[in-house]
Design a protein around this ligand. Sequence first.
Ligand code: AMP
Length: 396
Amino acid sequence: MKNIDTFDFTNKKVIIRVDFNVPLNEKFKITDDTRIQATIPTIKKVLNSGGSVILMSHLGRPKDGPENKFSLQHLVPALSKQIGVEVQFADDCVGKQAIEKAKNLNHGEVLLLENLRFYKEETKGDEAFAQKLAQLADVYMNDAFGTAHRAHASTAVIAKFFPNNKMFGYVMNNELININKIVKDGKKPITAILGGAKVSGKIEILNNLIDKVDNILIGGGMMFTFIKALGGEVGNSLVEDGLIDTAKAAMQKAEENNVCFHLPTDAVIADKFDNEANRKFCNSHEIPDGWMGLDIGPETGQAFKDIIENSKTIFWNGPMGVFEMENFEHGTIEVAYAITEATKNGAFSLIGGGDSVAAINKFHLQDKVSYVSTGGGAMLEFIEGKTLPGVASIVE
Ligand code: AMP
């Protein structure tokens, strides 16, 4: 594996797998360009070091071949502006035109290829397709952390055609360094905060964190499966009955590992799933029938705040309640502020996974935490202890 900072890019054509899966409005204008912005330092590094850049990405989920609404051509104006170079476009990611345009690319120039997922071969990890992409360039760089958990043609398979010329870009490097600050080199006490709707999506990450952290704080809809497992009354709250034994086993494992497993002691309950529902505070183990818990209560908020503010390393995934509704956002806000407070006092904090990132952005706190991971699914799998194909194919 080579290093982007020390590699000699002079006159090299570098094909970079980026994650340009950005949201577009009905006029095909980008509504959030965070993912594009994130890759600019990588692209500029290659251009400023004498190389040229071929960018490849997916956009959306095209079902059956090319579709205008998923064309990466819509990104060309914004991308050209951000890089400061007129970006060329190949309207097919493989084939004659792509080969021609790649061949004629001079150092300092950028070529964007059309959506990789217009070919089924991409997600199938087809080797012949990967080879066609590979023949466009001298060097392969993976800077798409968001798809690093997929063994697709452009994210993993292609790497084998560049045994001596493959590397990570800065987005990948940063993600790996920061996530490792939680799973490998975290300073104690380490606190993991898990919330969100369901236990089912979080159980593997929970099990992997149990032998690495000091505190686990549970909130969100998932808390009720644990509370029910302990014999609590949860009323109409979200519960996954099929996971009661799994929840019990996780709590048992935490105890054996001397990990403090904190469940909410109180909750904000409502008589329906609606911002305007009747609501009151209640012991989280004694929720009456006809009521459901939609947020952690104030006593829990205070207890969680104390633990978070005394932690040196913090990982947060999943909101504490239905934060999309104003009346049930309070617990999530309290946790978010406690994390920013701890960060101010020197703790390392990492926020990752779809809805906690949405929450931290909603409260405009994203600049007050140490790191916000861009790769939801990939980050979760990495913390779960799984090997990511996009990482393994570069490192091996
Ligand atoms: P996840 O994608 O699993 O992180 O779940 C995020 C979703 O969980 C958000 O849309 C929240 O509204 C929802 N959520 C959080 N707390 C609760 C709760 N107590 N009951 C139902 N849904 C919840």
